[in-house]
Design a protein around this ligand. Sequence first.
Ligand SMILES: Nc1nc2c(c(=O)[nH]1)N[C@H]1C(S)=C(S)[C@@H](COP(=O)(O)OP(=O)(O)OC[C@H]3O[C@@H](n4cnc5c(=O)[nH]c(N)nc54)[C@H](O)[C@@H]3O)O[C@H]1N2
Ligand SMILES: Nc1nc2c(c(=O)[nH]1)N[C@H]1C(S)=C(S)[C@@H](COP(=O)(O)OP(=O)(O)OC[C@H]3O[C@@H](n4cnc5c(=O)[nH]c(N)nc54)[C@H](O)[C@@H]3O)O[C@H]1N2
Ligand code: SF4
Ligand SMILES: [Mo]
Length: 757
Amino acid sequence: MTRTAPRICPFCEATCGLTLTVEGARVTGARGDADDVFSKGFLCPKGAAFGAADADPDRLARPLVRRGGRLVEAGWDEAFDAVAAGLRPVVDRYGPGAVGVVLGNPNVHTMAGALYPPVLLGGLGTRSLFTASTVDQMPKHVSSGLLFGDALAVPVPDLDRTDHLLMLGANPLDSNGSLCTAPDFPGRLKALRARGGTLTVVDPRRTRTARLADRHLAIRPGTDALLLAALVQVLFAEGRVDPGRLAGHVTGVADVGAALRDVTPEAVADACDVPAATIRTLARELADAPTAAVYGRVGASTVSLGTLTCWLVDVLNVLTGNLDRPGGAMFPLSATGRAPRPAGPGRGFALGRWRSRVGGHPEAKGELPLAALAEEIDTPPRVPDSGLGDSPIRALVVVAANPVLSAPDGDRLDKALASLDFMVSVDPYLNETSRHAHVVLPPPPPAQSPHYDFAFNALAVRNQVRYTRAAVPLQDGRMAETEILARLVLAATGAHGADPATVDALVVDSTLGKAVADPGARVHGRDPRELAALLTGESGPERRLDMMLRLGPYGDGFGADPDGLTLARLLEHPHGIDLGPLAPRVPEVLKTRSGRIELFPEPIAADLPRLARALDAAPAALVLVGRRHLRSNNSWMHNVRPLTGGTNRCTLHVHPEDADRLGLADGAAARVTAAGGGLAVAVEVTDTVRPGVVSLPHGWGHDRPGTRLGVAGEDPGANVNQLLDGSLLDPLSGTAVLNGFPVTVAPLAAAPAATPS
Ligand SMILES: Nc1nc2c(c(=O)[nH]1)N[C@H]1C(S)=C(S)[C@@H](COP(=O)(O)OP(=O)(O)OC[C@H]3O[C@@H](n4cnc5c(=O)[nH]c(N)nc54)[C@H](O)[C@@H]3O)O[C@H]1N2
Ligand SMILES: Nc1nc2c(c(=O)[nH]1)N[C@H]1C(S)=C(S)[C@@H](COP(=O)(O)OP(=O)(O)OC[C@H]3O[C@@H](n4cnc5c(=O)[nH]c(N)nc54)[C@H](O)[C@@H]3O)O[C@H]1N2
Ligand code: SF4
Ligand SMILES: [Mo]
């Protein structure tokens, strides 16, 4: 029998609503859900391939447990016994810090990834946390933490209403957007232009997004901070600073002007390779536009000046009066977020509350740099057997991460992982990282999981709320990822064997306990047991969702507002509920100690000398940047046949001038070399990259033994991150420099002397 079922797509940040066609337990088709309140029918090739991704025969069907050096299928109880037996002795002997936790990107695309890792970290008490954020958006969190006092308060461009968008280091036509959840990002950009708005794209490559723009600036990689600083300088020099409504809510405006006084367009033009006159024009347009938003993403974040760049993005939004106003850069209000509070001073944001053991890297948002994971494992203690506090990481819990491909120097990490006393991976695939695990716990395919976007609703260009239950019931032998993580929490924290429902019950108790004790909460003074009894839902995670919705900004406050949101009400709306356009949130959103936007925070001031040095640095002859492909997704979708092939290839884009100079022919093999190593790759000569820049996508290199990725292995590609040695970081955020690092490229067939490695 054929039926349809709604399912929010988990494959990228756009969160499109899909209508799945289901036959038995098999998804045979996927189309855009025309009735979805947010995506209105949009889908991309990845969403269309939902069925193929769901049914990939290489997805693991059963847990794997290492026996005699080999990973063999096992039952769930046996697998969790092995997890408890592997982790607890490490905690007991070396302390909780010897257990590292690695959280990868798909955690923001699953309900389990939102609901359980905080409990795991709290229960374990480890500070050895590494996530995809430090190869991605950590600079934005740090910037938001410093400016607004809340690392999660990330302004998003009000795409549907802005008159002017200045976009740096983002290519939403291929990525579908990031830190700006907007189904049909391409359509929204076209609509911006159709209503007379202006789009400027700053990118060293002439991307599909750049081709849509009014203006494309092929900037020299890594210099966006200089460009943005010069825009700020022009605003001050020409008397165009006008924070508008925010004026009474900002401190440090004059300090910013003074600090950047010398960073004129003329001073940065050569470094950025953007004419001074163009920079002046950009600044004036930004100031003069009725509304405007500056937006930077991966190419403006995973660079040496990443935090400064992210900071300058919002400095410009503030100085032009565009922060927190319709058409500018605004703070979404998520249905499971904190209910608005009276404005006032907050606790602020601290950096570097502890440091990594080996490199001394400061924590940011409770995390250490993913680039430092290998050294934290493979560097012996300073004093052997010194006991707690100085132990290398000896055991690792990896959830939805493939750092052997996604982090710098995969070869070193590969060896480090092989040396661990114990490793558990929660992953549907046996891949480059999970092949080192002693236990692999496979989550069910996405059709068998419910979906709610805890993370992306807080980054969406429109306030809305949607929830889809599993489209297909859990099949025999499958365990919900929420239950997998709940059991993992128990096994890791000494409560192995307890009922996984106790994890949810504990969270509910503690959350409601805090809420009723909070004089600002609508449930203040009520009995938490009474509130817990009101929760509905078929499972622990659903009851937790109900609780979060009811305590949240649109919630019913457990009866305080009978028209408010509950899980039951949401379930009556399978295509979601629209909660309206973004609305101003300053000052309520601010949690800085001053209660204001702190425009010139001390850590930023202390980092400015690096900006000055970047002005004078001689540019490298050749640097590498990344790129994404619409039919790819980081490291894990190269195994889905319908998404492979065509232009989705791991080739090195080289500008014709560079190809001539270096003796590289289209289609020929080249050797790329950098500080971390070398790799061989096919050349694609194209003028879509600017001269002096080559581009290679990430997430490739599927040629390691011991994986189970049949399709990906046919065309493995090369791992770009092997070019890095892990030492290049944005110091404030610990984020790896993945864009704009120096490389040399030579024909592979050339004389050996010309191909050092
Ligand atoms: N050079 C370079 N490197 C980069 C980047 C770049 O632009 N250039 N981009 C960086 C960025 S932005 C990111 S976010 C990181 C991503 O890097 P990672 O966080 O490592 O994420 P993925 O590569 O997507 O790997 C995700 C893992 O999760 C598994 N998985 C898939 N679905 C599920 C699920 O439902 N549940 C669970 N438990 N597991 C699942 C996959 O099998 C895979 O093993 O890569 C970074 N690396
Ligand atoms: N199809 C697809 N979609 C994805 C993903 C995927 O792998 N494939 N990954 C998802 C993830 S995890 C993320 S974080 C998002 C990322 O989404 P985006 O931020 O849009 O990332 P990219 O598409 O890599 O675009 C980054 C752009 O920055 C440019 N760039 C590189 N260096 C510089 C520089 O120094 N300055 C400037 N101005 N530009 C530079 C690159 O040429 C590239 O075009 O995409 C998500 N969506
Ligand atoms: S744009 Fe993203 S969310 Fe939408 S269908 Fe494609 S992969 Fe899924
Ligand atoms: Mo990412």
